[in-house]
Design a protein around this ligand. Structure first.
Ligand SMILES: Cc1cc2nc3c(=O)[nH]c(=O)nc-3n(C[C@H](O)[C@H](O)[C@H](O)COP(=O)(O)OP(=O)(O)OC[C@H]3O[C@@H](n4cnc5c(N)ncnc54)[C@H](O)[C@@H]3O)c2cc1C
Length: 459
């Protein structure tokens, strides 16, 4: 049972002072707290022995986000629900709070949290913004990272990001809004071209896959529903680096560039966006560029919780929390805090360079859950984490994809481009869906939308 000690004002409003959460019924069980419900946190939640640990998950959202499908959701090839898994699937065996963790006291072994469910403006007495603290015996930090903007002015205000299903929803709404605006009878041809210019900044896998999915949408359902406007639409992909998809094999990158060229996606590498304003950005090499929608995907910035952590080692380059080879957080002044683990995009492992991917986050989560379960049975030997590189996939449009395993240490160094990789891409993500429901829904919706077209209604 949970007991929360609250100060209630006579008016019924709670005093905004940190309140302490105590767990009384399961004292005998060690308390494990998981921060974040993404690739890392959700996998730990799934695998940890919930009968023998007292498990709490704290996340500002109540779901797991299947990020590789977000680009498909953003253009309506899939529905948002297919990219989500509810955290509450694992309650009441585990406790869940929809809250932000704002601070960690490693000495007291306690977390400061703030509810992420703001009260209704019309009924402020319902719900509370009272911060609360949660104790832990063992802590798994898997809070991921934020979108990097490199401090370019105006990006946060005027660009769209693609990190969460809510972003995918906002992007889909905006794409369709651009076409409805361009369809207004009093729009000039010039204004139509401007509002139908879709800019993507960031030539990594996320930017490339979104450009590819958007191209497919413009060349299928949009062409059918807006035949007069579709030829005016343009996609421009910007990157400051001299090439896109820098982590892929050179031959595969060339294939992607050729495919994009054929599809009419303009690739503008070595271009520097200096400032963004509403509906336009300023590019060093081009001057003013007007757009109807700008999607920004230029890598990762540290999570503010990680930035605010005291007493832990942080990586100088990425700002991530440093762990040893066993995913244990390295405390400042030496030594690992054996009861605190960090995984996923929030963590950097000493001595190895691992990509910030779902693959790594999930494998580390399995490793940590395995160790935690092993500790209960006295069979944890602290074997170091080993990453198995399963290869990297990227969709490049028109049923073409890339598959690259050329950098893997062992096994076949496969490099594929084309339709076979696309079949692999689709099969991999359909089979990786976490629930049976989504394993059925994802391929079914691909088929339904292929037969009947995407649903272009906006709400
Ligand atoms: C569009 C897109 C496509 C991608 N495609 C691929 C792909 O095809 N293959 C691949 O391997 N990787 C892919 N990635 C990368 C992959 O999604 C990340 O590497 C992965 O999500 C990292 O997992 P994580 O658990 O560290 O963080 P996340 O999955 O980002 O989860 C972080 C969690 O922490 C929560 N959180 C944040 N702050 C706090 C806080 N203060 N307190 C509590 N909780 C907090 C968040 O709400 C979230 O639930 C993609 C990423 C994106 C954005």
């Amino acid at each position: 049972m949970l007991s929360v000690n609250r100060n209630i004002r006579p008016s019924g409003l709670q005093v905004a002072r940190t309140q302490h959460v105590r767990f009384s019924s399961s004292k005998a069980k060690p308390r494990v707290v998981i921060l974040g419900s993404g690739w890392g946190g959700y996998e730990v939640l799934k695998r940890i022995d919930k009968a023998r640990y007292d498990v709490t998950i704290i996340s500002p959202v109540t779901y797991f986000n299947f990020t590789p499908l977000l680009a498909s959701c953003a253009v309506g090839s899939l529905e948002y629900r297919c990219a989500l898994e509810p955290v509450r699937r694992y309650t009441p065996q585990a406790r869940a709070y929809q809250a932000w963790c704002d601070g960690i006291d490693f000495e007291e072994k306690s977390l400061n949290c703030m509810p992420a469910t703001p009260p209704l403006p019309s009924a402020p007495h319902l719900g509370t913004r009272t911060p609360f603290s949660v104790p832990y015996d063992k802590l798994v930090i898997s809070v991921g990272a934020y979108s990097q903007t490199f401090g370019v002015p105006g990006v946060k205000e005027h660009a769209y990001f693609l990190k969460d299903v809510r972003d995918a929803r906002a992007i889909r709404t905006r794409i369709l809004e651009c076409f409805e605006q361009a369809n207004e009878p009093l729009m000039s041809e010039e204004e139509r071209r401007r509002v139908l210019h879709f800019c993507i900044v960031g030539g990594g896998p996320t930017g490339v896959e979104f450009a590819a999915e958007l191209h497919d949408l413009l060349n299928s359902d949009i062409k059918r529903h807006f035949p007069r406007l579709a030829p005016l639409a343009r996609i421009s992909l910007y990157d400051v680096a001299p090439k896109i998809l820098s982590m892929f094999d050179e031959g595969l990158v060339k294939y992607a560039v050729r495919t994009f060229r054929r599809e009419g996606v303009e690739i503008l590498t070595s271009h520097h966006v200096e400032r963004v304003e509403a509906g336009r950005m300023y590019v060093k090499e081009q001057g003013e560029v007007a757009f109807g929608m700008l999607v920004w995907s230029t890598g990762l910035a540290p999570n503010p919780l990680v930035e605010a952590m005291k007493g832990v080692e942080r990586d100088a380059r990425t700002g991530g929390v440093v762990t040893n080879g066993r995913c244990e957080v390295v405390m400042r002044g030496g030594g690992a805090g054996g009861d605190v683990w960090a995984i996923g995009d929030a963590a950097v492992m000493e001595g190895v360079v691992l990509p910030a991917t779902a693959q790594v986050a999930k494998q580390k989560a399995r490793y940590v859950a395995g160790r935690l379960n092993g500790m209960l049975e006295g069979r944890d030997v602290g074997r170091p984490f080993e990453w198995r590189n399963m290869g990297t996939l990227a969709y490049v449009g028109e049923e073409q994809a890339l598959y690259d395993r050329s950098q893997a240490k062992g096994g076949p160094k496969t490099k594929w481009a084309g339709m076979v990789s696309w079949v692999l891409w689709r099969s991999a993500y359909a089979s990786m869906a976490l629930s049976v429901r989504n394993k059925i829904l994802v391929p079914t919706l691909w088929l339904v939308n292929w037969i009947f077209g995407r649903d272009l209604s906006r709400f």
